[in-house]
Design a protein around this ligand. Structure first.
Ligand code: SF4
Ligand code: SF4
Ligand code: SF4
Length: 164
């Protein structure tokens, strides 16, 4: 017979798997998405090696994307001239198109537990705490650098497509 613990463990596992499947990986700054087809057949992804933060990842037959699970983007522009096919270029947009938000349902500081793990890595002062609790991200200040995401012990910081 399935115990309650097994049941809820499986439920949590399924939710985690669903979250993994739904994860959104944005394009890097300086990347021209209209040329992404070139990347699909690229066998020497110099862009991946160019990033000092090691956040540019490329799957087989996929364009390169940013993975913020460990680090974020410093906008150093090392990737900007890394591609001999001109997919990355200094003249391309230097922003990251993504919407970063704190999910109050998962955030410790929204549940009376002191946590400010995301505060210090945000050099843009884009995370607003009301005293010790209730953090939220100020969209006008957030550069979508991603540095707050991997440090959150509760995985409460979400990354989504930035819809127009
Ligand atoms: S700007 Fe720098 S840190 Fe950001 S993706 Fe490019 S190489 Fe990496
Ligand atoms: S993604 Fe936004 S909120 Fe998070 S560290 Fe970067 S600027 Fe701050
Ligand atoms: S690090 Fe995560 S849990 Fe902690 S305050 Fe920030 S969003 Fe909330």
């Amino acid at each position: 017979m399935t115990s309650r613990r097994d049941f809820f463990g499986r439920l949590t596992g399924l939710a985690k798997q669903k979250k993994e499947e739904e994860r959104f990986f944005p394009f890097a700054p300086f990347f021209d998405a209209s040329k992404a087809d070139i990347c699909v057949v690229c066998e020497n992804p110099t862009c991946v090696a160019s990033c000092p933060e090691e956040i540019i990842k490329k799957g087989d037959k996929e364009p390169p994307k940013l993975d913020f699970s460990k680090r974020g983007c410093t906008f150093c522009a090392d990737c900007a001239s890394s591609c001999s096919d001109g997919v990355f270029a200094p003249t391309n947009g230097s922003g990251i198109s993504a919407l970063i938000e704190i999910d109050p349902s998962g955030c410790l500081a929204w549940h009376n537990t002191i946590c400010k793990s995301c505060f210090d890595p945000c050099l843009d002062n884009a995370i607003d705490f009301s005293g010790l609790f209730y953090p939220s991200i100020i969209p006008e200040k957030c550069t979508a650098c991603g540095f707050c995401i991997g440090v959150c012990p509760a995985n409460a910081i979400t990354l989504q497509r930035n819809l127009p």
